[in-house]
Design a protein around this ligand. Structure first.
Ligand SMILES: [Zn+2]
Length: 70
């Protein structure tokens, strides 16, 4: 598949994604479940324990691993 044409408006699909969110009320740290390598991660910002949750996020599509012009 080639992406030779640039679409003027690309629709960004969103879906509920499994995430970990920080349990510290004063911290808004969170991470995608995909990106955590531990079953019990700690917050990268404040080292608090994290709890599993869901967040509506843009779907990551791996169609083009190479990015030009950045
Ligand atoms: Zn935190």
């Amino acid at each position: 598949m080639y992406n030779s044409r640039k679409k003027p408006m690309e629709e960004i699909a969103e879906e509920m994604t499994a995430i970990w969110s920080c349990t510290n009320e004063t911290c808004n740290g969170w991470m995608r479940d995909n990106f955590s390598f531990s079953s019990n991660p700690t917050c990268p910002q404040c080292q608090s324990p994290m709890e599993k949750g869901e967040k509506k996020l843009a779907v990551l599509v791996n169609t083009n691993p190479r990015r030009n012009g950045e």
